[in-house]
Ligand binder design. Structure first.
Ligand SMILES: Nc1ncnc2c1ncn2[C@@H]1O[C@H](COP(=O)(O)OP(=O)(O)OP(=O)(O)O)[C@@H](O)[C@H]1O
Ligand SMILES: [Mg+2]
Length: 355
């Protein structure tokens, strides 16, 4: 029943490879507020889910979510899920110029060639990227989501006895969680076991997205091996030292990151330039690793060595201004929590999109 005191609540759930984050937002008049959040992670330990077989079952994941919600006193009935990009396959294909109607017939047929699994096992989503920079063709971004991944999230929701109110690719949640300027931007979201790199144009349209099997865990393992310390100790060294301080620690981290930024990010930046006929102006760093000491400067230097990218701006991703954080939380929130729950905030915000 309608009550004067009822607030319009929204729950966003981000199930990562090694952590789960839940955010509760509420809307009162026109203001959206952070009402509650919960983070569960076991740092260097168990895998929750990743590409491939190494993954917890739906019931194990729902048990974790259930426990988090009850400890944080969140009464969930409907939730929004962000779908990790590492579960999806995406690719840009070119087709002759045609109408939107013709595209909707052609794309699913052509997509077969671009998806590395049987087409019956996936749902195909696509975005018309518009005209090719040089040829009389259209670029189409296709994103294939495996049916079994969708089924797994449905199982999680069933176990929790909640309805899925929304389910979207994490990059769209990420975009909603940020305050991007009108520039061609590359978003590098570095988590514990995976990293996604996405390119958006000045109007925030997604143009490219790719997931890589690299993340904070690889850095920790490299440190543990190189310095002959335990994973736990290496994790602390990674966080305390980062890329500044002890050069012995920094150089191990640099080796992993330099290779990744130069090769993978560099290659995508070049492809973007080629496809769009314009360069990437800005890199936004998100995910847990974006909090690493000295990372901004390091990425700027590394990208600066790629000839076309001398003037690229590098920023740690900043939160959207659309969510009010209560005064008593704001200091610790912006300093320590925001990056961790920003994706969950982004997905929860989708509830208020259509107003
Ligand atoms: N201040 C910090 N300095 C360096 N690394 C950090 C810092 N804070 C967190 N990390 C690292 O960030 C990683 C966790 O990132 P995140 O929370 O985005 O991952 P996830 O969501 O569990 O996994 P994924 O996004 O891969 O699915 C861990 O490797 C952690 O050690
Ligand atoms: Mg994550």
């Amino acid at each position: 029943m309608f009550s004067l005191f009822s607030k319009d609540k929204s729950f966003g759930v981000d199930v990562g490879t090694q952590s789960v984050k839940i955010v509760e937002l509420e809307k009162d008049d026109d203001q959206i507020q952070l009402a509650n959040y919960a983070i569960w992670s076991n740092d260097v330990g168990e895998v929750i889910q990743e590409q491939g077989e190494n993954t917890m079952s739906a019931s194990q994941i729902s048990d974790i979510i259930q426990k988090m919600a009850s400890e944080a006193d969140m009464d969930m009935d409907k939730v929004y899920f962000a779908l990790p990009s590492f579960f999806t396959f995406s690719s840009v294909m070119t087709v002759p110029e045609m109408s939107e109607e013709e595209l909707s017939e052609t794309v699913p047929l052509q997509a077969r060639k671009h998806v590395p699994v049987p087409i019956e096992e996936v749902q195909i989503n696509w975005i018309n990227l518009g005209k090719h920079a040089r040829e009389n063709k259209l670029n189409v971004l296709i994103i294939a989501i495996p049916n079994n991944v969708v089924a797994k999230y449905q199982n999680i929701a069933d176990n929790l006895d909640v309805d899925i109110q929304g389910f979207e690719l994490d990059i769209f949640s990420r975009l909603r969680s940020l305050n991007l300027p009108a520039k061609h931007t590359c978003i590098v979201d570095i988590g514990s076991r995976s990293t996604s790199v996405s390119m958006v144009d000045a109007e925030e349209n997604l143009r490219m997205i790719r997931a890589f099997d690299v993340g904070g865990n690889h850095i920790t393992r490299r440190l543990a091996n190189a310095l002959e310390v335990s994973m736990e100790r290496a994790e602390l060294m990674k966080i305390d030292n980062g890329l500044s301080g002890d050069p012995g620690v920094a150089s191990v981290i640099e080796t992993v990151l330099e290779k990744f930024f130069r090769k993978e990010v560099g290659e995508m930046v070049e492809e973007y330039t080629d496809m769009m006929n314009t360069t990437i102006e800005r890199i936004e760093l998100a995910g847990g690793i974006s909090q690493m000491k000295g990372l901004n400067e390091f990425v700027k230097q590394t990208m600066g060595k790629i000839s076309s990218q001398e003037t690229i701006e590098v920023q740690e991703a900043k939160p959207t201004q659309n969510v009010e954080v209560p005064d008593q939380l704001s200091e610790i929130f912006y300093k320590e929590v925001w990056q961790d729950v920003s994706l969950a905030i982004g997905i929860a915000l989708s509830k208020y999109d259509e107003v």
